[in-house]
Design a protein around this ligand. Structure first.
Ligand SMILES: Cc1cc2nc3c(=O)[nH]c(=O)nc-3n(C[C@H](O)[C@H](O)[C@H](O)COP(=O)(O)O)c2cc1C
Length: 179
């Protein structure tokens, strides 16, 4: 029987929620990255890794890149969870461009990518993240109003609030790919 594991790294719980929905839909376990031991990879035929997007990069993605020799014969799925709307092709191409710098050509060919939308709760951000978001806001405020993208406006208009775009339905294409 095909054995699947969902592994995730989540700073504020958005990726965790998706990982748990996916694991439930596939009747498989979900592990936090820090609690997953790479020596257990050989037990699985399919590995699904999910991480929050932070300044374009995927939280904890080194688990995949550093253990590629244990993964190269498996079905690998990577899902990202970010604030940017994944229905906008511009956002997807940005994420994929950054990923292509982190993942080798072989990894890019073998890994199937999915992009899910999380949220942000400013009141829960740690100091580094709060500072990063405040710097981003200041940079955006200096920009010409007409050059702002939808995502930039969202950050300016909702700065400081609690946003949650998680949507259980959006895991469906990933689940169907794995099944
Ligand atoms: C400092 C910082 C940087 C972020 N960078 C990005 C980004 O580059 N792209 C994006 O779509 N979302 C970005 N986000 C939003 C997070 O990806 C979003 O909050 C996500 O839901 C976090 O998931 P997690 O709670 O599972 O870690 C950023 C958030 C913070 C606080």
């Amino acid at each position: 029987m095909n054995k699947t594991a969902v592994i995730y790294e989540s700073k504020y719980g958005f990726t965790k929620r998706y990982a748990e929905w996916i694991a439930e839909a596939l009747s498989c376990p979900a592990f936090e990255r820090k609690k997953f031991c790479p020596k257990d990879f050989p037990q699985y035929d399919t590995v699904i890794y999910g991480g929050g997007l932070y300044a374009g990069s995927v939280s904890g993605i080194r688990l995949i890149t550093e253990n590629w020799r244990l993964l190269s014969d498996k079905k690998i799925v990577l899902f990202t969870c970010g604030l940017a709307n994944p229905e906008d092709p511009y956002n997807i191409s940005n994420i994929r461009e950054t990923l292509s710098k982190i993942l080798s050509d072989d990894m890019m060919k073998q890994i199937c990518l999915f992009h899910l939308q999380g949220g942000i709760d400013y009141s829960r951000l740690n100091l580094i993240h709060k500072t990063m978001m405040s710097i981003l806001r200041k940079m955006l405020l200096k920009k010409d109003e007409h050059s702002l993208r939808k995502e930039d406006r969202l950050i300016l208009e909702t700065y400081g609030q609690n946003l949650d775009f998680t949507n259980k339905e959006s895991i469906r294409p990933l689940v169907e790919y794995v099944l």
